[in-house]
Design a protein around this ligand. Structure first.
Ligand SMILES: Nc1ncnc2c1ncn2[C@@H]1O[C@H](COP(=O)(O)OP(=O)(O)OP(=O)(O)O)[C@@H](O)[C@H]1O
Ligand SMILES: [Mg+2]
Length: 156
């Protein structure tokens, strides 16, 4: 289910999602999917801030990942745009990061669908106009896409 949301509505959705992550709901891994410039890094930065990351949150475009310590757990922010194959991911110690309790924000998760943890919440963005995006939020279970109703925002 896709919906056109303006930037303010996207901010609100992202803030609600951050609340759920903080309250220990099931999603610890957020995949951000969409074309160049659609807002994946913007959303990742906002989630980082909401989760309590202090200071400047940068884009991990040239490093594949940046990690932030929240004290009891880490936020690991991946940008997999430049990844050319899955082996590169394992070379940077990806498996060690996929530990219980850590929070993952994964831009370009669609580049390596086979490496994305179960229980990931997918946040898909498409360009619309300068101040809005076409947004859908979904899970993938047994290869099947299950959409989250953005209006009600219920996860069962
Ligand atoms: N929800 C939003 N609210 C305000 N500004 C936004 C929003 N989404 C995107 N933008 C603006 O669009 C620009 C590009 O966004 P961003 O860098 O997050 O895209 P991206 O999807 O990470 O692109 P890339 O794949 O190239 O890294 C940013 O400068 C940001 O200010
Ligand atoms: Mg980006």
């Amino acid at each position: 289910m896709k919906k056109i949301l303006n930037f303010e509505q996207i901010d609100n959705l992202v803030d609600e999602l951050s609340e759920k992550i903080l309250k220990d709901y099931k999603f610890k891994s957020i995949a951000l999917i969409g074309d160049l410039g659609v807002g994946k890094t913007y959303i990742s930065k906002r989630i980082c801030k909401n989760l309590g990351v202090k200071g400047n949150v940068k884009s991990p475009t040239f490093t594949y990942l940046l990690e932030y310590d929240l004290g009891d757990r880490k936020v690991v922010h991946f940008d997999l745009y430049r990844l050319s194959n899955i082996d590169e991911l394992y070379e940077i110690g990806y498996e060690d990061y996929i530990e219980d309790g850590n929070i993952f924000l994964i831009e370009w998760a669609n580049n390596v669908p086979e490496a994305i943890p179960e229980n990931t919440l997918y946040f898909s963005l498409e360009h619309n106009d300068e101040t809005s995006r076409i947004v859908s939020v979904y899970e993938i279970k047994d290869g099947e896409v299950i959409y989250v109703d953005i209006n009600n925002y219920n996860f069962n």
